[in-house]
Design a protein around this ligand. Sequence first.
Ligand code: GDP
Ligand code: IMO
Ligand code: MG
Length: 459
Amino acid sequence: MSRPSVLIAGAQFGDEGKGKIVDLLVQKGDLDVVVRFNGGANAGHTIVLDDGKYPLHLIPSGILHEETINIIAAGVVVDPLFLVKEIENLKTRNISCKNLYISDRAHMVMPWHRALDAHQGGRLGTTAKGIGPCYEDRAGRRGLRIGDLIDEGGNIDREHFSRRVREVCSEKNTLFEKVHGLAPLDPEAIIQDFFAAAEVFRLKVRDTGALIAQLLRDGKSFLYEGAQGSLLDVDWGTYPYVTSSSVGLAGCYVGTGNCVLPDHRMGVVKAYGTRVGEGPFPAELGDYERVKEQDKVAPGTSLPPLSDEQKQDALAGDEYWMGRWLRSVGAEYGTTTGRPRRCGWLDVVAVRQAVRMSGLNRLALTKLDVLDGIPKLRVCVAYEYQGQRITDFPARVHHLDDYQPIYEDLEGWERLGNATQFEQLPATAQAYVLKLEEWIGVPITIVSIGSHRTHSLWR
Ligand code: GDP
Ligand code: IMO
Ligand code: MG
């Protein structure tokens, strides 16, 4: 009998803890293949082991397991210069990437994409990794794919690649100078940088559609790793404050080029809400302008814990301080950009949208420990708009400020402690999980109570 395959999809606005859950499932579930199918280096998936943090961006989260095959599929937009840095960083930590494969159909993020994103992306609060401009060129049929750089035999196609870069770069430079007032890029320097990068990964390039098909025939078990969160999906997210790819199951089809329906479609849900960058966030705690101003920290650091007085303010209903409480305890700073993440209560309306999009049939609930010590927990179960109770996430998000969250309050707990089984959690924490299950309508089969692999409870 074939072993079950798994989809991992972010069920909120990203950063739900997907990296940890992928690593955990690969460790536990004897999975043979991990496929990243959408997004690019905008993703930051963190795995925590005894020797510290492993932040992954382009490389699938199964990479820490030597024998697991890790595939960057065609739906991912790959910045080759970034990829090489990531491979080399992992090598310094004795991760060999020997079983990493990269699709010849994956579009390449080129230096002009990064420059344009840095110039224009601020309005949306993008990660400035060139993701939007690259997907735009893919749809506009101007893109360069990995196969434009590397041929079927793993050789660098110098002649073809140089010609394409000179053509496209000349068009981009006109746009840069005439429309954006940006300095032109030097195509020859780009060509040389890409040739050097290609040497590092050229032998890893494959037709990953065919490779996945073969591995499926061989009876291998798969985990399909989604990046971003469903509310950032280009169609079903809070458009235009979204990323530029299809998130979840739809992206899995596009990216893998195979008709796969994973048996276990697992949504990853954080026990509260976060969002990075601009855009509507109905159950947000505190005002983002103030957060941007007051909650900046140096990269790699976090805010100090709240003082007793600040905690009192938070508990008395001051939303800024409650948001900051979650940010500080949850270390809610972007893995990719170091920006403070906006924090809020869990929004069931948003999660249900993710359930619908990907047919989620199980959930992993992460960061439950971050809610320790908050006596009253709120969960947004619906919105009120023009006197109506709304339970489907609205399309016209420019009006979202007029949607008032309807909250249900649940009793919190003092400390989750070192539980190793769900039943050892405080009764109110168990009740929180069960209530979420009921409201979302999908079983929660993993409860994560810490960043380390071992801090995970199976149900
Ligand atoms: P991803 O993009 O969905 O993979 O999530 P990120 O890695 O960007 O952000 C999740 C953060 O939460 C990471 O720093 C994880 O190490 C951390 N994390 C994951 N699960 C838990 C948990 O249950 N408790 C705590 N305290 N941290 C967690
Ligand atoms: P993971 O996989 C959180 C957000 C950006 C911005 C918007 C568009 O780690 O969960 P983009 O650079 O994609 O054009 O930015 O999407 N965003 C993410 N937020 N987690 C992510 O990935 C994200 N990827 C993109 O902050 O608001
Ligand atoms: Mg992340």
